[in-house]
Design a protein around this ligand. Sequence first.
Ligand SMILES: [Mg+2]
Length: 386
Amino acid sequence: MKISDIKTFVVDGAARPWTFVKVETDSGIVGWGDATEWDAFPGVVAMVEHMKPLVVGKDPMNGLRIWHDLANYNVRQHGGLAWKAMAGIDAALWDIRGKHLNAPVWQLLGGRVWDQIRVYWSHCGSFRARHNEKLGTPPVNNTDDLRKLGEEVLARGFTALKTNLIKLDDLPDPGATRSARMGNYATPNVLANARGVIGAFRESVGPDIGIALDIAHNFRLGGAIDIARELEEFKLMWLETETWDPGALKTVRQSTTTRICTGESLFGVEDYKPFLELYAQDVIMPDIAWNGITISKQICELAAAYDTFVSPHNPHGPICTFQSLHVSATAPNLMIMEIDGDDAPWRDDLLTHPFEIKDGHVAVPYRPGLGTDVKEDILKKHTYSG
Ligand SMILES: [Mg+2]
């Protein structure tokens, strides 16, 4: 079997564009991968096109060699767009191998330790505050709306949620927090907003439901410490914060009783190693759409060696959910997996076998490969147009 062509599709995902990679073979088997990049997706598409001549003609059964050939070719582009493109190809090759061998990907990874993957409702409230019309959901305008959403979280059986700082009518404006990377501590408005959002959810869902707050790259060391301390009483599942400096993150972890999660923007075992060596966090969240299934499996195993939980970063397209389910199923140190409780209303229409969120869990797929095929005609009807 030889790889005959590679195609990309940029699809409207309501809250963000999804980037899918299709690898075709001369045997007729095709594989799908998710290489979603919210902002610079044209760069991912261009990198897939750029690497296509290096991949076409190769044997898809030898995905490890293809990964390392591409990693060597991109040695001066470690991470970023090159790896995102490589990861989409990698996932599609796993899908092809599973279909060829009539085995789900988790079997090819050594077998599963979980039958059901516990998932948390990500962007809970923040998506509805910004994208409710495209998502087809009620809006979130104030903390009462968050309390009602908390009731929905419970009714749908979720055991955990993740939210963000949200601009609401009855809370101080947290401001354009991305600019805080320029050096701000957390302002009084940011702290009051964080306390208001998390307090409303905690009041609504009770003490047993996990609540996480994602502040991404928005604060430097001092700001992350401010927020972690401010929220200690709410006993968060985690505060999610990113930095390129593992020593700085260790300082955050040591300064607070709030658990710390990090790592959605790191690439390869090389990037995670210094964070793990310092025990700078409680949980790492590898992005499977950007590290590929091949390297994500290695990252999970490295984290296990440091007795650290993993929680795959999965805010992308539905194919990434399948990729993440297979890697999660094989990780004894899995804590929980991300999923968007609100998503594009047409998400399931794209797939021959959509996943189902039931009682806060998603069943590990049993069909060969990733476990679903993609309806290309429906996909094309939802081409992203900006
Ligand atoms: Mg995050």
